[in-house]
Design a protein around this ligand. Structure first.
Ligand SMILES: NC(=O)c1ccc[n+]([C@@H]2O[C@H](COP(=O)([O-])OP(=O)(O)OC[C@H]3O[C@@H](n4cnc5c(N)ncnc54)[C@H](OP(=O)(O)O)[C@@H]3O)[C@@H](O)[C@H]2O)c1
Length: 252
């Protein structure tokens, strides 16, 4: 039986999912990293995990395809057995999508994509994987600082993440008797591919956000990965039903 803790990170082929997987690996946690594409990005994630001395396994998962969750759970169980483990310690629901536009510009299909991915996918993946979660396990749901402050043209995305925060609190109450902690983590603007890479590549946007952030810049993916890995650690075992913002003091 392995003594390492085991985490699953969704959407780990790039961005915050990758930085979270690497941060967990750096702390000795084995990681199951999921992706929905051709595998190119996830190979780089595995490389980075191994470079810090970690162990990673790769599974394919489209979180908008709820019907795939039962076979996915069976695959995950087999991977855990391969590591001589029977339980998952940490589930990081990171995969998410942002489609932005003003009220009159939001198409119903875009609304559905955001809700199906961020809310429906997150909820039913927790439902599917809770039987595999260890007593004392963690669920960490990635939200956004946009549930606290407002920005035009983000209503659907913000609402989807507000739903994620609400379901996190209720599930913390439901799963507490099993010792499972459920928290949401709310990153501020962070330099990834998200929103077309604007927070990384658009100098004007970066400057504007920096001027409205206490620490004077946008976040880097490693800063979110480290925060998530810290939240998953034993030191924060008494924290549940919380929304923890990691934004450098954005738009206070
Ligand atoms: N960057 C920010 O400023 C920021 C701020 C607050 C919150 N967030 C949240 O942080 C999380 C990660 O974002 P990021 O910055 O790393 O953005 P990103 O670079 O755009 O990555 C998004 C990840 O989610 C995956 N994904 C999207 N839909 C999926 C689906 N149906 N099934 C499986 N995977 C899916 C993507 O997979 P593909 O590569 O296949 O598309 C990708 O791995 C998201 O939940 C986002 O809402 C980001």
């Amino acid at each position: 039986m392995t003594t390492s803790r085991i985490a699953l990170v969704t959407g780990a082929n790039r961005g915050l999912g990758r930085s979270t997987a690497v941060a967990l690996a750096r702390r000795g946690v084995y990681v199951v990293v999921t992706h929905r594409g051709d595998g190119a990005g996830v190979e780089e994630t595995v490389k980075q995990v191994e470079a810090v001395g970690g162990r990673a396994a790769v599974l394919r998962l489209d979180i908008s395809d709820v019907s795939s969750f039962a076979p996915f759970a069976a695959q995950l169980r087999r991977q855990l057995e391969h590591w001589n483990a029977s339980r998952l310690d940490v589930l990081v629901n990171n995969a998410g999508v942002g489609i932005f536009g003003p009220l009159e510009g939001v198409a119903t299909e875009d609304f559905d994509t955001v809700m199906d991915t961020n809310v429906r996918g997150t909820f039913f993946l927790i439902q599917a994987l809770v039987p595999l979660l260890a007593q004392g396990g963690r669920v960490l749901n990635v939200s956004t600082s946009l549930t606290r402050h407002t920005s035009p043209a983000t209503s659907v995305y913000s609402a989807s993440k507000a739903a994620v925060e609400a379901l996190s609190r209720t599930l913390a109450a439901e799963l507490g008797p099993r010792g499972i902690r459920v928290n949401s983590i709310a990153p501020g603007p962070t330099a990834t591919d998200f929103n077309g890479g604007a927070m990384r590549d658009d100098a004007e946007m970066r400057q504007g956000l920096a001027g409205r952030t206490a620490l004077g810049r946008v976040g880097e993916p490693e800063e979110i990965g480290d925060a998530i890995a810290t939240l998953a650690s034993e030191g924060l075992r008494w924290v549940t039903a919380e929304r923890i913002e990691v934004s450098g003091g954005a738009l206070l």
